[in-house]
Ligand binder design. Structure first.
Ligand SMILES: NC(=O)c1ccc[n+]([C@@H]2O[C@H](COP(=O)([O-])OP(=O)(O)OC[C@H]3O[C@@H](n4cnc5c(N)ncnc54)[C@H](O)[C@@H]3O)[C@@H](O)[C@H]2O)c1
Length: 260
């Protein structure tokens, strides 16, 4: 028997950037816990997003796919409006969409900085704002917003100036929104994943597999990269009825990276 306090039965979730990687695993995981799930991503990834939608439907849950580019405020409003209309409600928002650009701080351009901060921090804020406005207008007694930060919200790594700034920003933004919105029954939390094997991570990594293994042996107590499914339990908990008093929290799931 499963613990009912962790069931997402009757809840509707939207996951940004959920065509692949961590977002796809979280979308499927929330559906496994009982939620109906709206999959979303940039227009170029809607085919991949359709595959995630299909997996969710095979679990017996409702799912649809939406074009939602977190860089476009009009698109954020329209996509969140469409999800709410078509599913009848929106209870859980997972702000997962994010990008990375690795280069030494001395080489970072204004375009690099803006792309990373606009996607990873500004996008999180305006998606959260749009979702919370709807939750409040509908008089829902409960809402859940989960921001995907990083272990790099609390520790630094070379060649990631804009990324670390964006994720540190997400962690503290999470606390502000938690303070403001708990009066409406909306909790706002963040998850801080450690290195996780995803298409985006692999594409950004110019190193050989041997070099990656050496890096993991040196920095990662777990001894390997995580897989996206290792983040699902954290998201299900934060989305669940059990987490009504958990807000403003950064739940680090990083294989021990920040424990050392
Ligand atoms: N993989 C890791 O090691 C790791 C570690 C810590 C945090 N994270 C965070 O987890 C999240 C997911 O990362 P991932 O590794 O799965 O990456 P990924 O690149 O594999 O997937 C990211 C998804 O976000 C989408 N996306 C990018 N820009 C977007 C935009 N403007 N609007 C909507 N969607 C957009 C992409 O199309 C893609 O489907 C990111 O926020 C990332 O910073 C990842």
């Amino acid at each position: 028997m499963t613990y009912p306090g962790l069931s997402l039965e009757g809840q509707v979730a939207l996951v940004t950037g959920s065509a692949r990687g961590i977002g796809a695993a979280l979308a499927v995981g929330l559906a496994q816990a009982g939620a109906d799930v709206a999959v979303s991503d940039i227009p170029e990834r809607l085919d991949e997003a359709g595959g995630v939608q299909q997996k969710i439907q095979e679990l017996g849950r409702s799912s649809s796919t939406y074009a939602l580019d977190v860089l476009n405020l009009d698109n954020i409003q329209s996509a969140i409006g469409a999800v709410t209309r078509e599913f009848g409600q929106l209870d859980i928002l997972v702000n997962n969409a994010g990008i990375r650009r690795r280069k030494p701080a001395l080489e970072v351009t204004e375009e690099d900085w803006d792309a990373v901060l606009d996607t990873n921090l500004k996008g999180v804020f305006f998606c959260a704002q749009a979702a919370a406005r709807g939750m409040i207008e509908r008089g829902q007694e409960r809402g859940r917003i989960i921001n995907i930060a990083s272990q790099m919200a609390v520790v630094a790594r070379r060649d990631r100036a804009a990324y670390c700034a964006s994720k540190g920003g997400v962690a503290n933004l999470t606390r502000v929104l938690a303070l403001e919105w708990i009066q409406y029954g909306i909790t706002v939390n963040a998850i801080g994943p450690g290195p996780t094997e995803t298409p985006g991570l692999v594409a950004a990594d110019a190193r050989t597999p041997e070099e990656v293994d050496q890096d993991m042996a040196a920095y990662m107590p777990l001894g390997r990269r995580m897989v996206p499914e290792e983040l699902v339990g954290a998201a299900v908990y934060l989305a669940s009825p059990s987490a009504g008093a958990t807000t403003g929290h950064l739940l680090i799931v990083d294989g021990g990276w920040t424990a050392q």
